[in-house]
Design a protein around this ligand. Structure first.
Ligand code: SF4
Length: 327
């Protein structure tokens, strides 16, 4: 690991200033991804700004949203009574991620900022445009069974690894950030980026901007929800593919509203708005779910080793919707 400076400010503005003024500085909270990346030489910040002293861990109702502080621990959010009652999809997605030990360290802000688990990104002897722009993409012609089927570019085909973020994009969450130019709100769907020609950028955060909270708007998705995660072992594994599904179903078994998103398929959590529209006004039946799944998979394209996702995807969507409807 390279030498680095460590500071632990107690004021939010001091933390923002410390990162904004030094392009080699990084915020650190739980450190469950960043420290691994530093040990492997994938990321080499010269300064770590520890934000754990900042008062950003509350979970509270504000107007028509549940505001979740950026430093709230993944385990605390998943166990919070308000989250479980008002946003059970979020609790399910959080509990599907990582291990209990990691969920006790990882924060909401850090979860959103975790980096891809593409093996070539972690191997500093291999080409990777995300780690070192301009060096190429080892995964394009390599072992790409974990990689994207939507929204990739010829520069990068990696996927975003967060489960929590799949639920948050489905629930129309809004990210609150504070930076050198003040405060702003970013719709969750616009927070992460597609790789394009700049795969080194995972998000639309500006230099020095700090995530302070995530707002999850109140909605009708308190009962018929499910997070379907397909992985190679029962816990502590990243998704081969995942589906966040939420339905609002009336007394005649018709779908009044639907939310659907996938993980493990793109460089960002992948919202399926066309499939949602295909569900609304239809009966909550397997036939409806299969039609929506077909809509969801339009435009998907596989690489040499991940063609299984083209079959797994629609099956996982149908399973998620069936389980949500039955909940
Ligand atoms: Fe790097 Fe992206 Fe290619 Fe993986 S897929 S090697 S992260 S450029």
């Amino acid at each position: 690991m390279n030498p680095f400076q460590y500071v632990r400010p107690s004021k939010q503005q001091a933390a923002i200033d410390a990162v904004a003024k030094d392009p080699t500085a990084k915020f650190i909270a739980g450190g469950t991804n960043l420290v691994d990346l530093m040990k492997r030489g994938v990321m080499t910040p010269h300064k770590l700004v520890d934000i754990n002293r900042l008062p950003l861990n509350k979970i509270e109702q504000q107007n028509n949203s549940l505001r979740i502080g950026a430093l709230a621990l993944n385990s605390a959010v998943a166990e919070d009574r308000q989250v479980r009652e008002k946003q059970p999809l979020l609790a399910l997605a959080l509990n599907a991620g990582a291990s209990p030990q990691l969920r006790n360290m990882a924060t909401v802000g850090g979860n959103m900022l975790q980096r891809t688990r593409c093996a070539y990104f972690y191997d500093t002897t291999m080409p990777c445009n995300k780690r070192q722009p301009g060096t190429g993409c080892g995964a394009l012609e390599g072992v790409n069974r974990m990689h994207a089927i939507f929204g990739f570019s010829d520069k990068c085909i990696a996927v975003h690894p967060s489960d929590m973020s799949v639920a948050l994009v489905a629930l129309d969450a809004v990210v609150q950030v504070s930076g050198p130019k003040g405060n702003r709100s970013i719709p969750f769907a616009d927070f992460h980026r597609l790789p394009g020609n700049t795969p080194e950028k995972d998000t639309n955060l500006e230099p020095g901007e700090l995530i302070t909270a995530v707002d999850v708007p109140d909605g009708p998705f308190t009962k018929h929800v499910h997070y379907q995660k397909v992985r190679e072992r029962a816990s502590y594994a990243f998704a081969l593919l995942s589906v966040a599904a939420a339905l609002d179903i009336d007394g005649s078994n018709n779908i009044k509203a639907a939310r659907l998103a996938m993980g493990g398929v793109a460089h960002k959590p992948w919202r399926l708005t066309a499939a949602e529209q295909a569900l609304v006004g239809k009966p909550a039946t397997e036939e409806t779910f299969r039609q929506a799944a077909a809509v969801a998979m339009q435009g998907a394209k596989a690489f040499k080793y991940n063609a299984y996702k083209l079959k797994l995807g629609p099956n996982a969507i149908v399973q998620a919707l069936k389980t949500a409807a039955a909940a």
